[in-house]
Design a protein around this ligand. Structure first.
Ligand code: FE2
Length: 432
């Protein structure tokens, strides 16, 4: 048989080795040891790790690459970031947002990201972000699956434009309903906003992804309401709580009840490790709280947990490089997910778990799946995280759309090797 592409001698995330993956007409059509047939393009993976693409389930494309406009976030807090964003919003144009978002997507695709769920702010006099990101969604559709969340940044109830704009944004084609209950004026309004937003989701058959309890306040318990409304409205499996940082500070007894309710509602959870380790605990002296939600306990309860990158060079976070392995690396450390099983799970948090949260179809390296993959300079998923491995090739619809040179350094030391490749490092056993 003739194929468009064969990747030979790959290692898969599940540990299978010496695997050939054949692609034709945008799909994986054969996967086995020694697949027979010709192909227009052949890649020798040389035993390196072939993964489905990275998935970023939580990002803000309307704010990315705006760092320093109109000024920097001095306190480093979430609240100053929101205030700063409020200053930037009226002055940026639709073209500015498109340009920055497309530029980010170029980097994202080179880093092996195949899908992004981006929140888009719908508060204010105009829906500039929505118009811009709908255009971006169209332009990147052949290399990134972009899912947009209508996000009332200033509060669905607190901001006078939010409710009307939310409906308008959904009518314009935004995919998912967002929210920010902890930022509403009162606890009651937070509760009411969840009910209101989930009811719209139920009416329209849409998914929900709320910024929920992104605070250090242990009494910020909106996720409890989110779980309740999810079940009341039959939205099980379609609702995600993003951030959930207040869970870090909650009373253990209360959390033992809460997690069971979340699991029953089939709520998904997204932690954003890079951002929350930076933003949370800012009002603490010492000890300082980490602020990441209770990832080990959520996953132990069977809740699908993903890691998102959230921000890059924007009012909330100055760093970032669209590297989901960097996100996994931070999530692993902050969550103390150090067993071999847990470290491998952190790779899932930026791949298949996040694909499940986004509801992506045809995701994975199996026959019949979409031929979307990334070849990494690592031999397993833990090594990929350790190394923040180089993306040797990024494949979309069975075609190579990005390539990077392997990471290798020259060494000029007498009596030592001439080349250093971090990917070849392995523990050295003591002689006994
Ligand atoms: Fe966010």
């Amino acid at each position: 048989m003739n194929f468009d592409l064969i990747i030979k001698n790959a290692t898969l995330v599940d540990g299978r080795t010496s695997i050939d993956v054949a692609c034709h007409k945008g799909l994986i059509v054969a996967i086995d040891r020694a697949v027979q047939g010709e192909a227009k393009e052949v890649i020798d993976a040389k035993g390196q790790l072939l993964s489905p693409p990275f998935i970023d389930p939580h990002f803000h494309l309307d704010a990315t690459l705006s760092l320093g406009t109109p000024r920097m976030n001095i306190s480093g807090t979430l609240l100053e970031g929101i205030a700063l964003w409020g200053e930037l919003k009226p002055v940026q144009t639709i073209d500015d947002i498109i340009e920055r978002a497309l530029r980010y997507c170029d980097l994202a695709v080179s880093m092996g990201i195949g899908a992004i769920r981006s929140h888009v702010d719908i508060c204010g006099a105009e829906l500039k972000g929505v118009e811009a990101l709908l255009e971006v969604r169209k332009q990147v559709s052949h290399y990134i699956d972009l899912q947009l969340v209508a996000f009332p940044q200033d509060g669905a109830f607190r901001d006078p434009t939010a409710k009307k704009n939310l409906i308008k944004a959904l009518d314009m084609g935004v995919d998912v309903i967002g929210g920010i209950p902890h930022f509403e004026s009162t606890m009651q309004q937070g509760t009411d906003s969840i009910k209101f937003l989930c009811e719209i989701a139920a009416e329209r058959g849409l998914m929900v992804d709320m910024h929920c309890d992104e605070s250090d306040d242990p009494l910020s318990r909106h996720v409890e309401t989110l779980a309740y409304e999810t079940r009341r409205l039959g939205l099980e499996g379609k609702v995600t709580g993003s951030h959930l940082t207040s869970m870090h500070s909650m009373d253990n007894y209360y959390v033992s009840k809460l997690i069971a309710l979340m699991a029953k509602a089939e709520l998904h959870a997204i932690a954003n490790p890079l951002i929350n380790i930076m933003l949370q605990g800012r009002h603490d002296t010492y000890p300082k709280r980490r602020g990441q939600t209770r990832v080990p306990e959520l996953k132990a309860a069977g809740i699908v947990v993903g890691f998102g990158s959230d921000c890059m060079m924007d009012p909330w976070y100055s760093l970032g490089k669209a590297d989901m392995l960097d996100v996994a690396h931070m999530g692993l450390h902050v969550g103390q997910l150090s067993s071999r099983t847990d470290m491998a799970w952190c790779f899932d948090a930026v791949t298949k778990n996040s694909a499940k949260i986004m509801g992506l179809e045809g995701y994975g390296i199996e026959q019949g799946c979409k031929a979307n993959m990334v070849l990494l300079q690592a031999t397993d998923s833990i090594e990929a995280i350790r190394l923040r491995a180089t993306r040797l090739a990024v494949i979309r619809d069975g075609k190579v759309i990005a390539r990077s040179q392997p990471n290798k350094s020259e060494l000029f030391l007498k009596g030592r090797p001439k080349h250093i490749d971090p990917a070849t490092y392995a523990p050295i056993a003591s002689s006994t």
